[in-house]
Ligand binder design. Structure first.
Ligand SMILES: [Zn+2]
Ligand SMILES: [Zn+2]
Length: 248
């Protein structure tokens, strides 16, 4: 399983940093976890649209804004005869969201499919499962498993009542949000601090932790330093970098 980091900041893009997006590749199958603003510029098009499945963790704009850009790319490549298979886009069935905004979007070559906590997706030997997070809108963390490795992407989550620790138990890589430096976390519990992410990684006994969803104005090294104090085997995401799971 290969993992390409397309973006890892929120809530907006800055310089070369994009909002969250992680592209997983196994054989010729591709899975894109979240489609945040700016990630299209890190994709290899039209190649990456072939055999591509997209999973949107939740319907907050920092996680789906580039669907509009990528959707238009699928439309154009289909018209050119280069893309002949619709790109499947899995979105949570969130009644509070006006889904027509996405599904009635003109000029795309997407197929929208709803998923929930009971959905198991299989793409060749990749198995994808979901776990509900405490967050203001319906949000899922995502687990991707092949014969050798597992990866868990937390997406956005509060700390209280989260079950990420169980869902990510023993995983090779936990990509976990660290929205706040420890002293920034206020009373609202919609996101994790570096300390909380480190604690989850410890309890889940993950092999590696990657921070994500950091503020574009703050140096990632600050988040990394704080998280490492709680969980040593922590790494920071580098936009455009490709990692091979299990080989660090
Ligand atoms: Zn969110
Ligand atoms: Zn977010």
């Amino acid at each position: 399983m290969k993992l390409k980091i397309l973006g890892s900041v929120s809530p907006y893009i800055k310089g070369k940093e994009n909002c969250p997006g992680y592209l997983i590749e196994k054989d010729n199958i591709k899975l894109l976890l979240d489609c945040g603003s700016g990630i299209t510029r890190e994709m290899d098009l039209p190649k990456d649209l072939q055999k591509l499945t997209i999973v949107i963790s939740h319907l907050h704009r920092d996680h789906y804004a580039d669907l509009l850009t990528l959707g238009y790319a699928t439309y154009v490549y289909n018209k050119l005869g280069i893309l002949n298979e619709k790109v499947k886009v899995y979105i949570p069935k969130d009644e509070s969201f006006d889904k027509t905004y996405l599904t009635n979007m003109n000029e795309h070559f997407f197929e929208f499919i709803y998923y929930n906590e009971n959905t198991t997706l299989r793409l060749n030997d990749l198995e994808i499962t979901f776990n509900k997070n405490p967050h203001p809108v319906l949000t899922y963390s995502v687990k991707v498993k092949d014969d050798n490795h597992t990866l868990v992407y937390s997406s956005d989550t509060g700390y209280s009542n989260n079950s990420l620790e169980k869902f990510a138990q023993g995983t090779d890589l936990l990509i976990c949000e660290t929205t706040f430096l420890t002293n920034q976390k206020g009373k609202e519990d919609n996101h994790l601090s570096t300390k909380e992410a480190g604690e989850i990684a410890n309890k889940a006994k993950v092999k590696k932790l990657m921070i994500t969803h950091t503020w574009p104005e703050i140096d990632k090294r600050l988040y990394l330093k704080e998280t490492k104090q709680i969980f040593k085997k922590t790494i920071a995401p580098q936009t455009g970098k490709v990692l091979k799971l299990g080989r660090w």
